[in-house]
Design a protein around this ligand. Structure first.
Ligand code: APR
Length: 310
């Protein structure tokens, strides 16, 4: 039997998730959205079924507004919620999206209590915390998609700046999904060559800044709405690592219980995603400066989490 993937939210990111999950043949796909938007998601699902002959995938793809239809899902990816418009911070979305995450948590808890849950809705670190609290799911079953995207942005900007293949850029970004996130130039390499040996400090500072502001750069260009291709792909590789037990180590918003001196917060850390979900968090030996930066971002996350009152 095929695996089942529930996509909660069928907007910009949700529709790209559906296409990527289909193209990767991860399983059957149910896209759930509010009743007012159920016809568009049914249409998107049908459109993807009609793409299947050229996409060479077999999958049943449907749209719904009824949580019963996600019953028994193996994976749930939550993008339900409002995106930013120009001039807004991710935190400005908190009260609106908290209500929406509450719906999603209730629906998934009732109909897909074993699903590996990947939260994408912003403000990410607070929404994944809220989802975890509201469902009461085990720690390994809930994760936030942010660091995977922030790392992809960091790698892309480095490749663009140095004129090298993005494939050869390896590195990671820790911390909350906001302007205090912590790219780690010291641990970034390009084809095995340390970034700090081939880029100037001025270039590195520019790359760190652009990565931290990458989401906002796109929001400014769009005017309304935020990035969708790269967030969708980032969430899909997390889902794929779980479903196919690929055991990828990805920067994810995982629940820290003492790791990096952080307790009770979801924050971007390198995590092993396997068939067990978030199997392990890796603790990197950080420099004093990197540790201080991580502490600063954790304080920001703690403040936003506090506003959820959960
Ligand atoms: N249940 C299900 N779906 C919902 C609900 C709900 N209670 N409330 C809203 N939605 C749906 C909307 O109808 C819409 O189709 O969520 C979808 C969100 O899609 P977009 O508005 O296109 O937003 P998108 O760009 O996909 O971003 C979604 O991810 O990265 C974050 O900041 C971003 O919070 C935003 C989320």
């Amino acid at each position: 039997m095929r695996k089942k993937i529930a996509l909660i939210g069928g907007g910009q990111i949700g529709q790209n998730l559906a296409m990527l999950a289909a193209m990767k043949e991860l399983g059957d796909i149910v896209v759930l959205d509010v009743p007012d938007y159920v016809n568009p998601v049914k249409g998107k699902a049908l459109d993807l079924m009609e793409m299947a002959p050229h996409g060479s995938y077999d999958a049943n793809i449907t749209g719904t507004s009824d949580y019963k239809d996600i019953e028994g899902a193996d994976v749930a990816i939550v993008t339900a919620g409002k995106p930013r418009v120009a001039g807004m911070s991710r935190e400005d979305l908190l009260s609106t999206n908290l209500k929406i995450i509450t719906d999603a948590a209730n629906g998934i808890k009732t109909y897909a209590p074993k699903a590996f849950c990947i939260i994408v809705t912003n403000p990410l670190d607070a929404m994944v915390y809220a989802f975890y609290k509201l469902t009461g799911f085990p720690r390994n079953q809930v994760v936030g998609m942010a660091g995977t995207l922030d790392t992809a942005r960091w790698r892309s900007f480095i490749a663009m700046e140095l004129g090298v293949s993005v494939v050869d850029v390896a590195g990671t970004v820790l911390g909350g999904h906001g302007p205090d996130m912590v790219p780690l130039p010291r641990l970034t390499t390009v084809g095995g060559v340390p970034l700090v040996e081939i880029a100037s400090q001025e270039q590195i500072d520019k790359l760190v800044y652009r990565t931290r502001e990458a989401g906002t750069e796109i929001v400014k260009l769009f005017g309304k709405g935020s990035a969708f291709f790269s967030p969708a792909f980032s969430a899909i590789i997390m889902a794929e690592s779980y479903l196919r037990d690929k055991r990828r180590i990805l920067s994810c918003a995982a629940l820290c219980e003492g790791e990096y001196g952080i307790k009770g917060l979801f924050i971007g850390v390198p995590a092993l995603i396997s068939a067990k979900g978030v199997e392990k968090i890796f603790e990197i030996k950080l420099s004093d400066e990197e540790r201080a930066q991580l502490q600063k971002t954790a304080e920001g996350v703690k403040k936003t989490v506090g506003e959820t009152k959960l």
